[in-house]
Design a binder for this molecule. Structure first.
Ligand code: SAM
Ligand code: SF4
Ligand code: SF4
Length: 377
């Protein structure tokens, strides 16, 4: 890899990116309808994931392998990132279309300076029914202990913390770093929980890498009372060299858990939840599996994603986004922005994970996908 190479956006330069999907706001209001939108497969848009930064303080091999994301890697310049005001404007344009839940992500969102100020803005927003939007954040947890009370005060409701191992040596190996400890992450989770934030923990399980941590992690979070979700290793982006034989299926994970614990399924709280939920029989603690590879859930997928520079993606595995920053930075109105997003969502037919199952060969020949750290997990 040459010095300063950048793989995150598919379109290599900002010039090319501008040439890409840049909507025409003046055309957008023609024939516009009102109210919630559905895509071509009848799926609403309920959940907006907003990446606030493409940088991270870890180098997880499945997301930002350190061989690719070197010290010379060109991350987005400060001026390319959407400002908090621009993010707020965008969210306001999404609200009439059906958005009920926001998730702040990255990269590592707690590296974005004063991210709590953004959360404070977003927590004030209301749905057309005058209900507050749900505001959640996903983090690797290293900075959570010091940030938790500011996040809570700003109006954050939920935090999902990613942790793939309890063992310090393995933690560092997986995270591609020489320092940092799982106990820092655990302290962040404890601080968030003590403040009344709803906490969940995500563990990406990789065969022969950290699958021996499934039972210790399950036991630890069962004892702490936090919901742990086991995630199948996904073929997102191109940097992680994903192979199917590195995936530990949700079925296999459940089988391992059965050897140690008794549990039963819980109905999905919401139709569009991606996790299959379970509860231990002897205590009121849940866990979940997210089986994007072996049990895809595209038919219920109601998530849109905004990259930190304002490109809209309608699928995690997309290879192309639409430049909403260009619209925001023109003199377009909020109604025009809403109409543009309505038009894009109305044409959506993404179902990558379902197609992966039925036609792996065809997907192999697809153009490069965006990286997870850029699009936001
Ligand atoms: N840095 C934050 C973190 O790690 O929580 C937020 C961004 S990260 C991209 C969001 C989530 O994506 C994390 O839970 C991470 O484990 C998950 N993730 C990243 N790459 C993945 C992959 N290839 N397969 C499955 N999950 C992945
Ligand atoms: Fe960073 Fe999160 Fe990606 Fe790990 S998963 S490299 S913590 S963005
Ligand atoms: Fe949604 Fe795309 Fe994932 Fe299917 S593959 S669940 S459409 S993000």
């Amino acid at each position: 890899m040459s010095e300063g190479h950048r793989v995150i956006p598919i379109l290599a330069s900002s010039f090319e990116r501008r040439k890409a999907a840049r909507p025409d706001p003046s055309a957008s209001l023609r024939g516009q309808s009102l109210g919630p939108v559905q895509d071509k497969l009848g799926r609403p848009i309920t959940d907006l994931r907003i990446s606030v930064i493409d940088q991270c303080n870890l180098r997880c091999g499945y997301c930002m392998p350190k061989e690719v994301f070197t010290k010379d890697y060109q991350f987005l310049p400060r001026e390319a990132l959407l400002s908090f005001e621009e993010i707020e404007q965008l969210v306001k344009a999404f609200i009439p279309l059906g958005i009920r839940k926001l998730r702040i992500t990255g990269g590592e969102p707690l590296l974005r300076k004063s991210v709590e100020d953004l959360i404070a803005r977003l927590a004030q927003l209301k749905t057309p029914q005058n209900l507050p939007l749900e505001v959640a954040l996903t983090t690797n947890g290293l900075l959570l202990e010091q940030k938790a009370s500011a996040l809570k005060a700003a109006g954050l409701q939920r935090v999902t913390v990613s942790l793939d191992a309890l063992d310090t040596h393995l933690f560092r190996e997986l995270a591609g770093v020489d320092t940092g400890e799982p106990k820092q992450v655990l302290a962040g989770i404890a601080a968030a929980r003590a403040l009344g934030l709803e906490t969940k923990v995500n563990m990406v399980v990789q065969k022969g890498v950290n699958d021996h941590q499934v039972l210790p992690m399950a036991k630890a979070f069962r004892d702490m009372g936090d919901t742990l979700r086991f995630i199948e290793f996904m073929d997102v982006g191109n940097a992680n060299q994903w192979r199917l034989d590195q995936v530990v299926s949700a079925g296999e994970i459940l089988h391992r858990l059965e050897s140690e614990f008794e549990f039963e399924p819980v109905d999905r709280a919401k139709k569009h939840d991606v996790a299959e939920r379970f509860i231990y029989k002897d205590r009121p603690v849940e866990f979940g599996v997210i089986a994007s590879i072996t049990r895809p859930f595209c038919s219920d997928c109601s998530r849109a994603r905004i990259s930190s520079e304002g490109l809209l993606y309608t699928c995690l595995f997309a290879n192309n986004g639409t430049d909403l920053r260009a619209v925001l930075r023109s003199s377009s109105s909020q109604d025009e922005l809403s109409a543009i997003v309505r038009g894009i969502w109305g044409l959506r037919e993404d179902r990558y994970s379902e197609l992966r199952q039925s036609s792996a060969d065809r997907l192999d020949r697809q153009p490069a996908k965006v990286e997870m750290s850029y699009i936001g997990g």
